[in-house]
Design a protein around this ligand. Structure first.
Ligand code: ZN
Ligand code: MN
Length: 495
């Protein structure tokens, strides 16, 4: 067997739909699932003689995203026409940016499994408009819906710096978090707000010689799963093809492939990259955009702490696990709610703030579940960060146990009462009174002589038997006995 090693090389092209109210070059509303061809006007229908006008908000959203991706912002940028003919593109060209994109040379830090981060270079980011949609759902013909035509798209191109499907997924997730944090895109994959096109090939080392397989570009992936699976599939396919045929990269033998989700495989679309002549030329109907310092500073002032920075800070500042920190920072509103709870002034014990770990537990174990059930964000559930901090303090002080805290939190979505009042009203306060608990313990010990014997014998069964007795006491108290105190009483009585 010969000596063979290989490395996967992946670059990405990503289209992100911006969440502006209106389209890129006309005043039509951006609306998902509206009646076909109801959100159109002469501009986005490509009627002759109409004049497009740039959506300033879309441009500012793009600059904001590019700043977060550490890109340089051009002081002068222009619009170009990219010509091609397709039924869903009535103008026969797409307004895009060619040689002078509004930004380039950035990078994004992605979190790796190991807990470290990796820097992926961004080649460029430019702004363009989307095409309409061809529908092939009715009988023996196709229909065209132009509602999407003219939707602002931010196109981001990375350098081929990724080396596994995991890294690509990490970048996709990170980018989704970033654009959501900035509020420039809803980044809803199911609505096609983010579409990925990975360029994949292998560098194979065989018997000391290095070979590169031809690059395959997989078009239009709109789920994280398809993105991951297509890369894994493509790496294996290229390796097999190399071993079978010895096919290697030559000048321009790049292919375009599609993802067949039903069969979980990529399918060849075009073998040789056609010598595409998009006949790019500056759009004579649109003015170039000149960026001045004041405008750029104003956009910069809208930047916020980015999700990965927050995640790392939560681990160092609050001693949370990387997993918890990731869950809390997935959505900006959740992270902000958490931070408000941590820094809330609560009167109990006159302590400033709640315990971050306890607050985190309440949010991640109960809060996000409730938010998911009610299809809203954490901050829309109706309780305040202060009350969550109070509840966390109650758990910390042993006033209520963790499961009671979940019940109280749920009640807090329905009433404005504070958690302490709810705990009293619902009879959820832990019994910590030693005398009262001792009576229950005595009863349980009398009822379970076998377990008592096992504990006293000190043998293998002792630990399990003591756990059993503790469980019995908790059960008898209807879950209200403070386990810590019960344990102490049990140990004292059984030693
Ligand atoms: Zn329009
Ligand atoms: Mn594009």
């Amino acid at each position: 067997m010969s000596d063979l090693k290989y490395k996967i090389i992946i670059g990405l092209e990503i289209h992100v739909q911006l969440c502006t109210k209106t389209k890129m070059f006309c005043g039509c509303a951006l609306e998902f699932a509206a009646e076909p061809n109801s959100r159109v006007c002469p501009v986005c229908l490509g009627m002759p003689g109409v004049l497009p006008v740039m959506n300033k908000k879309a441009f500012e959203y793009s600059v904001l995203a590019a700043l977060a991706l550490n890109c340089e912002i051009a002081s002068f940028t222009k619009w170009d026409r990219k010509s091609y003919y397709y039924p869903d593109l009535p103008k026969n060209y797409q307004i895009s940016q060619y040689d002078l994109p509004f930004s380039e040379k950035g990078f994004i830090e992605i979190p790796l499994e190991s807990g470290e981060s990796k820097r992926i270079r961004i080649t460029r980011a430019h702004l363009e408009e989307d095409a309409g949609k061809n529908l092939h759902t009715a009988g023996n013909f196709s229909q065209v819906d132009l509602n999407r035509a003219g939707t602002p798209l931010l196109e981001i191109v990375t350098e081929p710096d990724m080396n596994s499907a995991d890294e690509v997924k990490a970048l996709a997730v990170e980018l989704q978090r970033i654009v959501r944090y900035l509020g420039v895109s809803e980044a809803d994959m199911q609505k096609g707000h983010m579409r990925f096109e990975p360029n994949i090939n292998l560098i194979i080392t065989k018997d000391g010689t290095e070979y590169k397989t031809p690059i395959a570009e997989v078009k239009n992936l709109n789920s994280f799963r398809a993105l991951e699976r297509s890369i894994e599939y493509e790496a294996q396919r290229q390796l097999d093809e190399f071993l079978d045929t010895g096919k290697v990269m030559q000048m321009g033998n790049k292919s375009t492939r599609g993802w067949d989700d039903a069969n979980q495989m990529t399918v060849l679309q075009r073998e040789k990259e056609e010598a595409h002549d998009y006949r790019y030329f500056p759009d004579p109907d649109l003015l170039p955009v000149e960026m001045n310092d004041a405008w750029l500073d104003e956009i910069k002032s809208r930047l916020c702490e980015l999700p990965l920075q927050k995640q790392i800070r939560y681990v160092t500042d609050y001693k949370l696990s990387d997993y918890d920190a990731h869950v809390l920072t997935a959505e900006r509103s959740t992270a902000e709610f958490f931070e408000q709870a941590v820094s809330a002034t609560i009167e109990q014990a006159f302590i400033f703030g709640g315990d971050p770990k306890k607050i985190c537990n309440i949010i991640t174990q109960a809060g996000l579940k409730l938010a998911h059930e009610q299809n809203c964000t954490l901050s829309e559930l109706g309780f305040t960060p202060e009350n969550v901090a109070r509840l966390a303090r109650m758990v910390e002080d042993g006033y209520v146990n963790a499961s009671a805290a979940n019940t109280i939190l749920e009640e807090m979505t329905k009433t404005d009462k504070d958690p302490q009042t709810i705990a009293k009203d619902m009879n959820l306060i832990q019994k910590s009174d030693a005398g009262e608990l001792e009576a229950i313990v005595d009863q349980v010990l009398a009822d379970n002589p076998k377990a008592v014997e096992d504990v006293k014998s000190g043998g293998k069964k002792a630990k399990k038997a003591q756990g059993f007795l503790l469980g019995q006491v908790i059960q008898k108290s209807k879950g209200q006995a403070n386990p810590k105190i019960v344990s102490q009483i049990l140990t004292k009585k059984l030693s």
